[in-house]
Design a protein around this ligand. Structure first.
Ligand SMILES: Cc1cc2nc3c(=O)[nH]c(=O)nc-3n(C[C@H](O)[C@H](O)[C@H](O)COP(=O)(O)O)c2cc1C
Length: 218
């Protein structure tokens, strides 16, 4: 079993990255092979709308754009489970994660009644989101609704509804005193983290295990 985690944060060792690694640890505890990808060091664009992937005379499911994402897309198709990690930027996935998903999902999707699935298999998946907002703030702004589009695409294209994991009220700075940040209470955030971070990390670990258990059942 192979699980691939994709980090859509430009920060390579912060909230999103840490939880993705925890989830991979969980998956590895069941013997899974793990792969971790940081998107931001890679040079790539989103979908160019060339429609090569939908041509009748070409192999379906292939994104013809050649860049740093080409090999990642091929390996993502081979994975038994996928974990998409992204900070919330302006109520949505980061542009890096959106560009990745445009390329991945659109190339696995054709406008055909006769060919409902290009992948031809189910890949259990999860979206892991980290954000500044508290759960109450996220609910007040209907954040979950604004994230629905890629989750819906994942369900259709990967063949199963993705798991959804939210890490709220994250710490953005190591030292809040260095930044204009009076809308936050660093003390309140640190207090929250002391109480919750072990539990959140444990949940991420369990998520990684769950994805492998689901993949093993297929
Ligand atoms: C450009 C930008 C936009 C952001 N927009 C939001 C937002 O809409 N809602 C929110 O709760 N947090 C927002 N944040 C905060 C990040 O989502 C949060 O700090 C996240 O945990 C960062 O993940 P990382 O530590 O893995 O980089 C934003 C951060 C940046 C840099």
């Amino acid at each position: 079993m192979k699980i691939m985690a994709i980090n859509g944060s430009p920060r390579r060792a912060e909230n999103t990255a840490r939880l993705l690694h925890k989830a991979l640890e969980g998956a590895a505890s069941l013997g899974a092979e793990t792969e971790y990808i940081d998107l931001y060091p890679l040079k790539y664009k989103g979908c160019l709308s060339c429609f090569y992937c939908k041509r009748k005379d070409k192999e379906h499911g292939v994104c013809i754009v050649k860049d740093d994402l080409t090999a990642v897309l091929e390996r993502a198709k081979q994975a038994d489970a996928l974990l998409f990690g992204s900070p919330i930027y302006f109520m949505n996935l980061t542009s890096g994660m959106q560009a990745f998903l445009e390329r991945f999902f659109f190339s696995q999707y054709i406008y055909s009644r006769e060919i409902p699935s290009v992948l031809g298999k189910t890949i259990p998946s999860a979206f892991l989101y980290t954000m500044n907002a508290t759960e109450e703030q996220a609910d007040a702004f209907h954040l979950k609704d604004s994230l629905a589009a890629y989750e819906w695409a994942a369900a259709g294209i990967l063949g199963a509804k993705p798991y959804l994991f939210y890490d709220f009220n994250t710490l953005q700075f190591k030292d809040y005193s260095k930044y204009e940040s009076s809308i936050f209470s660093e003390e309140e955030k640190r207090d929250y983290h002391e109480k919750h971070s072990a539990e959140v990390a444990e949940k991420a670990y369990e998520l990684g295990k769950q994805l492998i258990l689901d993949a093993q059942k297929l």
